[in-house]
Design a protein around this ligand. Structure first.
Ligand code: KG4
Ligand code: ZN
Length: 345
């Protein structure tokens, strides 16, 4: 038929997820059934993701999540056309669980297996949600990644900038931890910042003004620690002011770095009247950062595309969709001997 359907599996970090996604001949996608189980409760007592706990939780949950996603889609393992599983980058224990499960299903049903790069899932999501055409720019800001990437086509990506130290989500998490706020840090910092004075502390804006498109956030974290140490005792208002000042510094940094990226895109593709900047990753939940990116895109005559938050954070629909895109582009399925890769740029 002209519709292709695929089962997607995602287990690279602390979300266990399964989804069934369809793609029609015109390239339109539809999520038929999806389910995500967050392991947040299992990890929050440790202030971060514990790899061994994550791997065990994936083992326990994955089979029933796949059954649930299929049920929601009204499908069976026999009635999908292919299987897609994240094979990297990520925590190796979780990757092994998801990829081995995908391989076992592919072996048992005779369906092709697509071993998907998690970052490719994030990169192509906007084509599922907003039907974007190539090329476009993506800003991925999560707990593990901070990247500005030119998306030229399926399997055709050019990384323009990356962090030289901490990921942006990691900077939020470490800042929260320094200030005694809860994990994950991003939402806690954002909540506190609402009542804070963003001008009280002049935090550094790393790499601002430099021509390269990279990011750096570890100096910012150090400045937060020094600010907190310089005040004793630290009141709730102090914490709010530090959070607001931190968020302001991050916003200004992104504005400079991404602004340069938009200019570079424009000079490479002067014929595209309204190019798109897509945001992905958990940090995309931050309202101030979203507003900054929206204003920046308005000023540069770019379209700002922020997919629904549940598709910005880790999920299996994006992995299923990346598999469908690879299929539709005529890329070969993977051999069942394919190995998971914890590092995979
Ligand atoms: O994409 P994600 O759910 O998981 C991966 O890292 O793969 O991103 C989680 C990250 C965490 O570092 C968390 O603190 C951050 O996204 N985050 C936020 C907000 N919500 C989540 N950062 C800033 N502001 C938020 N509202
Ligand atoms: Zn991710």
């Amino acid at each position: 038929s002209s519709h292709l359907t695929i089962l997607g599996i995602e287990t690279s970090c602390d979300e266990t997820a399964a989804a069934v996604v369809a793609r029609d001949a015109a390239g339109r996608g539809e999520i038929l059934g999806e389910v995500v189980l967050s392991q947040l409760d299992e990890h929050s007592a440790y202030g971060g993701v514990v790899p061994e706990i994550a791997a065990r939780a994936h083992v326990e949950a994955l089979d029933s999540l796949i059954a649930e996603a299929l049920a929601r889609a009204g499908r069976t393992l026999e009635s999908v056309d292919a299987i897609a599983a994240t094979s990297g980058p990520g925590l190796i224990g979780g990757l092994i669980v998801g990829l081995m499960t995908g391989k076992a299903i592919a072996r048992a049903t005779g369906k092709p297996l697509y071993a998907v790069n998690h970052l490719e899932g994030h990169a192509l999501t906007a084509r599922l949600t907003d039907g974007l055409s190539f090329p476009y720019l993506m800003l991925l800001v999560s707990g593990g990644h901070t990247q500005l990437v030119l998306i030229k086509g399926v399997d055709d990506y050019e990384r323009w900038g990356t962090t030289i130290d901490d990921a942006l989500g990691e900077a939020f998490d470490k800042t929260a931890k320094l200030l005694g706020l809860s994990y994950p840090g991003g939402p806690a910092v954002e909540r506190m910042a609402k009542n804070g004075d963003p001008k009280r502390f002049a935090f550094p804006r790393p790499l601002v003004g430099e021509a390269r498109l990279d990011f750096s956030f570890s100096g910012l974290k150090t400045a937060v620690r020094q600010a907190a140490e310089s005040i004793a005792p630290v009141t709730e208002q102090d914490v709010a002011d530090i959070c607001a000042s931190f968020q302001r510094a991050v916003s200004r940094t992104l504005k400079d770095r991404i602004g340069r990226g938009l200019d570079r895109f424009r000079s490479l593709h002067p014929g595209i009247a309204t190019p798109a900047l897509v945001v992905a990753g958990g940090v995309a939940a931050n309202a101030e950062l979203r507003a900054t990116l929206q204003a920046l895109c308005d000023a540069h005559r770019f379209r700002f595309v922020a997919p629904p938050l549940n598709l910005c954070t880790d999920n299996a629909a994006m992995i299923a969709w990346a598999g469908l895109e690879r299929m539709a582009a005529g890329l070969p399925a993977d051999d069942l001997a394919v190995a998971p890769r914890s590092r995979w740029p």
